[in-house]
Design a protein around this ligand. Structure first.
Ligand SMILES: Cc1ncc(COP(=O)(O)O)c(C=O)c1O
Length: 396
């Protein structure tokens, strides 16, 4: 039976990682991989995580199953972090948060939940969006369509076109938003635009679903939660898929959560039973090492403060790199305008290069990026930026 299967082409990012690893050029740069890197090119364990892991190690007495909701302290702490401790929806008991294996797991559980609730629902995603969105929703059997989002000429948001498309959505439509640090384009709505989007969701009755994979990486932890908090305040139903992979740097521990805001406390309790039955037939019981660590951090004032400072540090480094990069490109006399790098946020931006220019960067200069020329800004440091800019100048 299995010999009917033919090989699936590998994810282009994986090809880049192995080509970069095999390249002997000492100046090589990997701009493709989507993890935060520090000044030394490392992705270190956060100090708050290291300390919490020691506490977990010395206090955990059993590895027996915890049951479908997993670490309940994690679930409540993430609920408060996302929605805010003064959230009316939380106070009305209309919110439930359940841990999942990473943000990807949260998206898939959310997609399964939507399929269960309304099999003919359409999920609308931004053009472009994170590649895995395009796989997850159809894998759950949902129809997917795109709404306009990124303008390649201005490197900005196609806000009016997006609103025109969303204007025609209604009940039965789910619209997926990136809470902040849009992957791949780095462009987010501003607070006023989020307000208008929330009003539209309320007026038209579509269900907002928010992918929150980079909380704290754009403007700050509270600021980056704005969209979710506005939706939760105004819309009767909201879905959130959050991830701790980046902001706690616990990538491989698979820490995420799916949150639902429902129209009543009773409905929220019912929905949780559906989520638990969906995860039961998928992975049965959730992993709890990473969620146990985050639970400890978020229930210890000192560790929470440390975590917030460490997130600030990662965000400030990325924003600082964006400014230095765009200033240095200008100072190098490159005519093409790259000042958009400063206006955008998070780890990702498009450089706006052709596939041929991307190929030349790779083959002539050992600078690796995907064909779309999406780069991870956190890959830059003092040691590699000038070499990158010289190479960029050559291929332009
Ligand atoms: C937009 C977006 N959503 C979700 C995820 C999922 O993250 P994870 O499953 O690693 O927590 C990512 C990771 O790259 C992402 O970029």
């Amino acid at each position: 039976m299995l010999d009917r299967l033919s090989a699936v082409p590998p994810d282009p990012i994986l090809g880049i990682i192995s080509a970069h690893a095999a390249d002997p050029n000492p100046n090589k740069i990997d701009l493709g991989i989507g993890v935060y890197k520090d000044e030394h090119g490392d992705t270190p364990i956060l100090e708050c995580v290291r300390r919490a892991e020691q506490i977990l190690d010395s206090t955990q007495t059993s590895k027996t199953y915890l049951g479908p909701p997993g670490v309940t302290g994690f679930n409540s702490a993430i609920g408060e972090l996302i929605f805010g401790s003064d959230s009316a929806a939380l106070k009305d008991d209309r919110v439930r948060t359940i841990q999942t294996p990473g943000g990807t797991g949260a998206l898939r559980v959310g997609a399964d939940l939507l399929k269960e609730a309304q099999p003919d629902a359409t999920v609308w995603v931004s053009d472009p969006t994170w590649a895995n969105h395009n796989a997850i929703f159809p894998a759950a059997g949902l129809e997917m369509k795109v709404y306009p989002y990124f303008d390649q000429d201005s490197n900005d948001l196609r806000f009016d076109e997006m609103m025109n498309t969303l204007q025609d959505r209604g009940p039965g439509d789910v619209v997926l938003f990136h809470a902040c640090c849009h992957n791949p384009c780095g462009v987010s709505p501003d607070p006023e635009q989020w307000e208008a989007i929330t009003d539209l969701a309320t007026a038209r009755g579509f269900l907002p679903m928010v992918d929150m994979a980079y909380l704290g990486f754009e403007r700050g932890i509270e600021e980056d939660a704005l969209s979710v908090r506005r939706f939760a305040e105004k819309c009767p139903e909201v879905l959130v898929a959050s991830s701790c992979s980046k902001n706690f740097a616990v990538y491989r521990e698979r820490v995420g959560a799916v949150s639902v805001v429902c129209h009543s406390a009773q409905n929220a309790s019912d929905v949780v039973t559906v989520i638990n039955s969906l995860t039961r037939k998928n992975y049965s019981m959730p992993p709890t090492h990473g969620t146990g660590i985050v639970d400890i951090v978020l229930h210890d004032d000192e560790l929470t403060q440390l975590w917030r400072r460490e997130v600030d540090g990662m965000r400030n480094r990325i924003n600082g790199l964006r400014k230095i990069l765009s200033d240095k490109i200008e100072a190098a006399g490159i005519e093409k305008d790259f000042s958009f790098l400063q206006r955008q946020s998070g780890m990702f931006s498009f450089l706006g290069l052709s596939v041929e220019q991307v190929r030349r960067l790779r083959e002539e200069f050992s600078i690796y990026t995907v064909d779309s020329a999406r780069i991870n800004v956190a890959s830059f440091n003092e040691g590699n930026m000038d070499y990158f800019i010289e190479s960029l100048k050559s291929v332009l």
